[in-house]
Design a protein around this ligand. Structure first.
Ligand code: AHR
Length: 658
């Protein structure tokens, strides 16, 4: 009886499968029919000082509030008295005598025995590593010739000394004193004690501690692990400095590039606009020291082989905050700042700003080719200001391309109004931003298939798929989000004739000090990792090719049917065909890829898959490579490649052709 049941069940299956035979899915790649050039700068990065991305992050300075210019001058500092020592700290303000760095600390020290001084907590602690060299420096003025010595101590979270150096012979007048030491133990939450012995009074300012091991070992440098992650992305451009930080909460709080160049001690610190923007993630100790300023930015872009893409304030503060605008008849200083930035980047060393660049160490130009006018601006007041800025820039620097805003949303009245106006004005690029759900991302993989290729080009200047995530901050950077970004990016890639630059946002976030979530790279004081979204970005940027070629299913673009998404490029320099394939379905799909118009070399087929055990999976500081690309082998014969796309997976497939 049981045997009969099994046979009849088997027969049913045969009948069922005969009625609905499994359909072969065939993708035809027309490798000999390039439809658009891929711009070398296509896949870039968006840097904004949000989430402690600059101070406390990429900028390797370990001392917070080094120049006592925070609203509370001793924020981040604590008085320290050892043994019987006593003393006093007075904050003095020089006012216009030192306009950009008016405050300093006057210390009265009575420490014949013991020591008196101050201790700095760093940015949620200081991350220091065993065996590494650290460079301490300080400005001291000893006008009274006080016989005091300075003992610098690095202490771990338990208060034990793990590094030290000594300085003395302080003379009248301000002078910089420096010393280095090797750190004896690794600690993520170290502190720096700046302790004086002896009796007398003196002034201190610009107290600084840097690892020697910065990116390219540069003084005033950047954290090498974070730059390495950026370098590995091979970004085509870097958007900088944002983001809303360009606009400021009000005009006084806007980003002014001239305050960020020249001697570090003369850069005018400003409160970071993300300081108390979100009450649930308030960071009252968040300021912009501008140690990482426009010079360091241009230098970073050069190091990464990326085009600089500065975004400049156009006389408008954040329209979500005060929405302050400068009257049209007072816009000239803003326009002049933009013109001067081009001179700083590209000008001859005999020009005012080109000379400053040379004095800072870079006589050759940075070759700036494009600029953004405002961030997320909208309405008539933006168009009015954009027109004046564009006129002045086009007249003086006709080769610098301009990027205009389409507001904060990827659709709606503001967006439509701005696009219409900007098409009319014949601008170069329009910046679109989308922070949306994974569903939106899948749906919008075809967004650009019908865009007008003749008008301004699209710069997808900020985007990220937003899911709910779990309780850990990094959990919003999960596979569900990243897979939907990969799907959308096939649509960006396919439409290279209209979409010519794209950047995920934001870039960096400190796990203990973030304001915005999700982000591409997370870090603490010692470690950093690329999210799974990072690996999606890397897959596109490292495999951008030179020309888009059609990849079709039943003569149709592949943009979501059966939850499959695909795009293809060829690289004329390496003779490679590169495909990106997304299966957003939970079940696997087998596809036959038929490559037309070229002969593929079956010996040179490589493929990588990115997938996770669950859509909620994400990388963390403890498990940074939980989800990362894995190499797989592919069957190839003649012109065909056969591939089973696992459920919820993203593939990059490369094959050499003749
Ligand atoms: O990326 C974070 C913020 O999102 C940017 O500052 C702003 O442009 C956007 O609204």
């Amino acid at each position: 009886m049981r045997a009969i049941q099994i046979i009849s069940f088997a027969l049913c299956c045969v009948v069922f499968s005969q009625k609905a035979p499994a359909q072969n899915i065939t993708f035809n790649v027309q490798a000999n029919k390039p439809i658009a050039e891929v711009q070398p700068a296509m896949w870039g990065i968006f840097f904004e000082d949000i989430n402690f991305a600059a101070d406390g992050g990429l900028y390797a300075e370990l001392v917070k509030n080094r120049s006592f210019e925070f609203f509370s001058p001793l924020m981040g500092w604590k008085e320290v008295k050892n043994e019987n020592a006593t003393g006093k700290i007075l904050i003095e303000n020089r006012g216009t005598a030192s306009e950009n760095n008016p405050r300093f600390a006057h210390l009265i020290v009575d420490a014949s025995i013991g020591s008196f001084g101050i201790s700095n907590e760093g940015f949620r602690g200081m991350g220091v590593k065993e065996g590494e060299e650290y460079n301490f420096s300080i400005l001291i003025r000893n006008d009274q010739n006080s016989p005091v010595s300075l003992f610098v101590e690095l202490v771990n979270s338990e208060g034990n000394k793990i590094g030290e150096c000594k300085l003395d012979n302080f003379t009248p007048g301000w002078k910089k004193y420096s010393a280095s030491f090797i750190c004896k133990a690794t600690n993520a939450k170290a502190k720096l004690n700046v302790l004086f012995q002896g009796k007398g009074a003196l002034d201190i300012d610009m107290v600084s501690l840097f690892p020697h091991n910065t990116w390219k070992n540069r003084p005033n440098g950047l954290r090498s692990d974070l730059v390495q992650l950026l370098y590995d992305l091979k970004p085509g451009f870097i958007r900088f400095p944002g983001g809303c930080i360009v606009e400021g909460r009000d005009l006084a709080n806007r980003y002014q590039w001239k305050n960020t160049v020249g001697k570090v001690e003369d850069r005018k610190l400003i409160v970071n606009r993300w300081n108390t923007e979100f009450s649930h993630r308030s960071a009252p100790d968040y300021f912009q020291s501008y140690g990482l300023g426009f010079y360091e930015y241009f230098q970073l872009a050069e190091d990464l082989g990326a085009e600089p893409l500065p975004i400049i304030n156009c006389g408008m503060a954040c329209q979500y905050n005060t929405g302050e605008v400068v009257p049209i008849n007072q816009l000239d200083p803003y326009i002049q700042d933009m013109l001067d930035l081009v001179e700083f980047a590209n000008g001859d060393v005999t020009t005012k700003w080109g000379k400053l660049r040379a004095e800072m160490g870079h006589p050759t130009p940075f070759n700036l080719k494009m600029m953004g006018v405002g961030n997320e601006q909208w309405d008539e007041q933006y168009i009015e200001r954009y027109k004046l800025v564009a006129k002045a820039l086009n007249e003086k620097y006709p080769n610098v391309k301009l990027i205009a805003s389409s507001g904060p949303s990827p659709d709606g009245d503001r967006f439509d109004y701005l696009w219409k106006q900007l098409r009319g004005l014949g601008g170069d690029f329009v910046d679109e931003h989308y922070y949306q759900s994974p569903e939106w991302f899948y749906k919008n993989a075809s967004r650009y298939d019908n865009y007008d290729t003749k008008g301004p080009k699209v710069f997808a200047g900020e985007y990220a798929s937003h899911t709910k995530g779990g309780t850990a901050p990094e959990s919003r950077n999960n596979w569900e989000a990243a897979l939907s970004e990969a799907a959308l990016m096939t649509g960006l890639e396919r439409n290279a004739a209209v979409v010519q630059m794209a950047s995920y946002a934001p870039l960096l976030a400190h796990v203990d000090a973030w304001q915005w979530n999700p982000n591409l790279i997370w870090f603490d004081n010692l470690r950093s990792f690329g999210t799974v979204n990072y690996y999606v970005q890397k897959a596109f940027a490292n495999n951008k090719g030179t020309n888009v070629v059609p990849v079709l299913r039943d003569n149709q673009i592949i943009e979501g049917k059966d939850s499959l998404f695909a795009s293809a490029v060829i690289d004329k320099k390496t003779n490679e065909l590169i495909m990106k394939l997304v299966n957003a379905n939970s079940s696997s799909k087998t596809v036959d890829i038929s490559v037309q118009g070229v002969s593929i070399n079956a010996k040179f087929v490589t493929a990588e898959v990115l997938q996770a055990e669950s859509m909620a999976d994400y990388n963390t500081l403890d498990f940074p490579f939980k989800i990362k690309p894995k190499a797989i082998s592919i069957k190839a014969s003649g012109k065909n490649l056969a591939l089973t796309l696992n459920g919820h997976s993203f593939y990059v497939l490369k094959v050499k052709y003749k």
